[in-house]
Each structure stands twice: as structure tokens, then as C-alpha cells.
Design a protein around this ligand. Structure first.
Ligand code: PEP
Ligand code: MG
Length: 323
């Protein structure tokens, strides 16, 4: 029936002038990976593992996590799955792991919390390494603000891998990369790019922290405009640092599925866009109508424009389509 008919595979989108950008899905469960694959996704750019934890009764143990991660990896049928380490705290409370804080968005969240809960971190790393025996797995560290945090996670990863090897538990190779979602990570992108295997830009958080406006506070929503030149400038810096060190940059925040922003991301040199699978066909179509050469010109100007309105005006006066 039509419900179960598989859509056309969409591993990437190609601009009118032949530039390719990888398309990936954002998921929160193994079931969602199955649906994403059916919708055409051939890689996962962001597995928000918070949802595995929120769905569990208490903290999910290694076996429950392994089932979720391996389930996604198998659904992708050889395609890569980027498993983001638990990112609770901030806008995603998970008591008793998280506590009430005066400024949760600036508090004990993401990698900060994980490094203070090494048992939780190591259980998750074991489950991810075991899932990697079934297909390609990348592990992504959320809320990084400096290389020390990445080095600490890599230390745990190496130890956990050695444990699995000693116990002869099946596991596979992984890449370890970081979310770029703090201004500090942007400004330290060169150092991070030496140590990380890939970058994934979380534009939702990066924008909130760049303009210092809580993404859940309706009174400051007008500041959270992805056309903001500061955000585009930041992404440009991140791409330059990544490419200088031979690693790729994905964007997995809301901006990745926004047809108004896609030409700018493409023009800034982003390698991959990750979004809810339902948006992939529209993204492929929209990108297919663009010129990468024109997008590069517009994006370069947009990153240095006066404000978000000026960026919108630029896009209107010189749409990045084939000339
Ligand atoms: C982001 O910050 O853009 C992101 C993708 O992560 P989350 O929305 O889960 O914080
Ligand atoms: Mg985020």
C-alpha cells in the first residue's frame, strides 16, 4: 500500500550547477530511524538520545540503549548514524540527573553534566560502540565549550573500548565529533578541528547563545532570527576551520530545513544538512533549484551584512539561482 511504499532514496541534494550536499535525518528513536529510511534518508545526522532516556522508566541500562542505537543503525542499512550523547539539562530536564537551576540554559547540561556522571557517560559510550558492530556510527558530544571536554570524553571512550575488547564484547570503530553550539566553540574551532573527527552545528543553541536570548522565552524570540549575520559569520568561521583540518560540517538545527536559510548554509560551505525526514524531499527540491556559485557570493555578503533584514533584502535582490 502507499503508506508502506518506500520513497526515493535521498542521500544528498545536488544544486543546478552540480554541487552536492549530504542530506540526513534527525531522529529520536529506532522507530523513527525506520520511518526516516522509508522516507528516503540514507544517513542520520542527529540521533537525539534524550528521547531514549525520556521514554525509559528511569535511566535506560546499557542493553536498552544498545537496542535503540543498534536498531537505528540497522534501519539505516549501512548508512551512517550520528549518535549524540545525552544532552539533558537546559531545556530538557531529566530528574534526578538534572536539578532546578536559576539559569538552566547556562547551567549543568550536555557534556558538563556527562563528565560529572561518568557512569551514565560510560554506559552510553559502551552501548554506542556495541551498536557500531552493526554499521557506521559517529558519536557527537553536545554543548562543547573547549577542547578539554572533548579530550575527557575521548579518554572515557578509549577506556570503555579497551574494556569491551578485554571482555571480547563485539563493538566497532566510531568517529568522535562535537556539536558547535557555544560562541566559545566557534572561536576555538581551529583547536577543536584538530581533535574532533567532525563538526555538527546546532543552530538552535548557537543562535540563542550568540544573541544571548533564551530560545524558550517568547519575549526575545524576535532576536532568534537565523538570518542574523552573526550566526552566518560564525558558521563561516566554523566551516573554514573544519575544512582546513579535513573534517566535515553538518548543520542539524531548525535552520537546516528552512528553505530561506538553506542557500546561505550551502554558500557558506556546509557539507551536510540534517532535518526531520519529512522535510527531506522539499530540501532536495529547493537545493536543486539553486546555484552553488551564486549562493557562495550571497552568503559571503550576508555574513557581513548589517542585520537580518539586510540579509533578507540581499536574498531577494540577488536570489542564488542559476543566472
Ligand atoms: C541545536 O541546538 O540546534 C540542536 C540541534 O540541538 P537541540 O535542538 O537538541 O538542542
Ligand atoms: Mg542544542
Amino acid at each position: 500500500d502507499r503508506e508502506s511504499a518506500a520513497a526515493e532514496p535521498l542521500p544528498h541534494a545536488t544544486t543546478a550547477d552540480g554541487h552536492r550536499v549530504r542530506l540526513s535525518a534527525n531522529i529520536g528513536s529506532a522507530d523513527e530511524a525506520v520511518r526516516a529510511h522509508r522516507a528516503g534518508a540514507r544517513s542520520v545526522g542527529l540521533f537525539r538520545t534524550e528521547f531514549v532516556f525520556l521514554a525509559a522508566d528511569g535511566l535506560p541500562d546499557e542493553q536498552e540503549q544498545f537496542a535503540a542505537y543498534a536498531g537505528a543503525v540497522q534501519a539505516l542499512d549501512g548508512g551512517r548514524t550520528t549518535i549524540r550523547l545525552l544532552d539533558v539539562g537546559g531545556d530538557k530536564p531529566l530528574p534526578p540527573l538534572t536539578s532546578t537551576e536559576a539559569n538552566p540554559m547556562l547551567g549543568h547540561r550536555g557534556v558538563r553534566l556527562l563528565l560529572d556522571a561518568p557512569d551514565v557517560l560510560r554506559t552510553q559510550l559502551r552501548a554506542a560502540l556495541r551498536a557500531a558492530a552493526h554499521g557506521e556510527v559517529w558519536i557527537c558530544v553536545p554543548m562543547i565549550s573547549g577542547i578539554a571536554e572533548l579530550a575527557a570524553v575521548r579518554g572515557h571512550l578509549d577506556e570503555v573500548r579497551a574494556e569491551l575488547a578485554a571482555d571480547e564484547v563485539a563493538h566497532g570503530p566510531v568517529r568522535l565529533g562535537v556539536m558547535i553550539e557555544t560562541p566559545a566553540a566557534v572561536l576555538a574551532a581551529s583547536a577543536l578541528a584538530r581533535e574532533a573527527d567532525f563538526f555538527s552545528v546546532g543552530t538552535n543553541d548557537l543562535l540563542q547563545y550568540l544573541v544571548a536570548a533564551d530560545r524558550d522565552n517568547g519575549r526575545v524570540t524576535h532576536l532568534l532570527d537565523p538570518h542574523t549575520p552573526a550566526l552566518l559569520h560564525a558558521i563561516g568561521l566554523v566551516v573554514a576551520a573544519a575544512h582546513a583540518h579535513g573534517i566535515t560540517v553538518s548543520v542539524c538545527g531548525e535552520a537546516a530545513s528552512d528553505p530561506a536559510i538553506q542557500p546561505l548554509l550551502l554558500g557558506l560551505g556546509v557539507d551536510e544538512l540534517s532535518m526531520t525526514a519529512a522535510r527531506l524531499p522539499d530540501a532536495a527540491r529547493a537545493i536543486g533549484a539553486l546555484s552553488a556559485a551564486e549562493a557562495r557570493i550571497v552568503a559571503g555578503q550576508a555574513a557581513h551584512a548589517d542585520d537580518a533584514d539586510a540579509v533578507r533584502a540581499l536574498l531577494e535582490s540577488a536570489p542564488p539561482t542559476p543566472q
